[in-house]
Write a new protein. Sequence first.
Length: 108
Amino acid sequence: MCIFCKIIKKQISSDLVYENDTLIAFKDIKPSAPVHILIVPKKHIESVIAIEAEDKNVLGDLVWRGKILAQERGLDKTGYKLIFNCGRGGGQIIDHIHLHLMGGWDKK
Ligand code: AMP
Ligand code: ZN
């Protein structure tokens, strides 16, 4: 089982920020930004590269949740990044699709 599936099944602890029937969000263990949250579907799908048409709504759900989590943290005022790393050449290390929400840098 992959590390994110273990987090989803609570076999590994995480700093959970949101959960519903289909996805979870938790803080990145090695943050690259003041706010760095990973949004992860409960279904194990390896990557954007592997996603099939039948699961395309997963992409919208992840982005929508990223937008809401950003808004709840006031990041809509300053801006933020939503990033999918896609495959090794795209910087993906964990082979369970996830969306990075990053923000919280000072922009005045
Ligand atoms: P990626 O390079 O897109 O595959 O990103 C994987 C991310 O998962 C990295 O930013 C890691 O810091 C993060 N990560 C790895 N293991 C854990 C964990 N146990 N809990 C939270 N984040 C993790
Ligand atoms: Zn998995």
